[in-house]
Ligand binder design. Structure first.
Ligand SMILES: [Mg+2]
Length: 229
């Protein structure tokens, strides 16, 4: 039975409808005096904020130094907070019921985030939809540029919280991109892929997740359903 459940945010729990990428653009515009036209076309799916920022700094010829990163991440949350209510984002179908279901498990698994968002970005997005309080820990995009490293980090944080080592089959990772599936495999965790983001079922199944669903409303996770895990 799962002792740790790790969820991705964008495309899995919520759609922020471009509020995050608009906030990225505004930081470039107002913090760094750049015209971020090309950035509006970039896909953020499955990416970590740290790796996106390295790429953006390179594209806009901004020195990738600590002072610029610090400046970027100080301004970004203000714009994100501003844009979240102004973009037509949504809580994804069944996401909240899916989270609530684990709160009925006895013993309840640790509920964590495994996301490319910086911690404050994750908090702003999930608070906007009333879902931040479901999570007691997480690994975030400000902690590493690689999602595979974030899954190892999330596992070790949860182990500290639980006071025991976890086997891969005691961990469930839920996400909407091939990067989420790879992050799950990196720690030998089980992976539920959900097609509510930019990737189709066929594209996700190419990466061999353990289960694939169109939306989280199709699953009501019970310990019985995951018997043997
Ligand atoms: Mg995602």
């Amino acid at each position: 039975m799962f002792k740790l459940v790790l969820l991705d945010i964008d495309g899995t729990l919520i759609h922020s409808a471009g509020a995050g990428s608009e906030a990225f653009c505004k930081v470039l515009e107002f913090g760094f005096q750049k015209e971020p036209h090309a950035l509006r076309e970039k896909s953020f799916a499955g990416r970590t904020d740290s790796s996106l920022l390295s790429e953006v700094f390179e594209e806009y010829e901004i020195p990738d130094i600590e002072a610029n990163r610090k400046k970027f991440w100080e301004i970004y949350p203000h714009f994100l907070h501003h844009y979240m209510p102004r973009f037509p984002g949504e809580r994804l179908d069944g996401a909240e019921q899916f989270l609530q279901a684990f709160y009925r498990w006895n013993p309840r698994p640790v509920m964590g985030l495994l996301t490319g968002n910086i911690r404050l970005g994750a908090e702003i997005k999930l608070r906007h939809f009333g879902m931040w309080s479901y999570f007691e820990m997480g690994a975030f995009g400000n902690e590493h540029a690689l999602r595979t490293e974030l899954s190892s980090l999330a596992k070790s944080k949860a182990e500290r919280l639980l006071g025991e080592e976890l086997r891969g089959d005691q961990i469930l990772v839920v996400g909407d991109t091939p990067s989420d599936i790879q992050a799950a495999k990196h720690i030998d965790a089980r992976c539920l892929a959900v097609c509510s983001g930019e990737y189709s079922q066929t594209m996700l199944e190419d990466h061999s997740p353990d289960w694939t669903v169109q939306r989280l409303s199709e699953v009501y996770p019970t310990p019985l359903e995951f018997n043997g895990y």
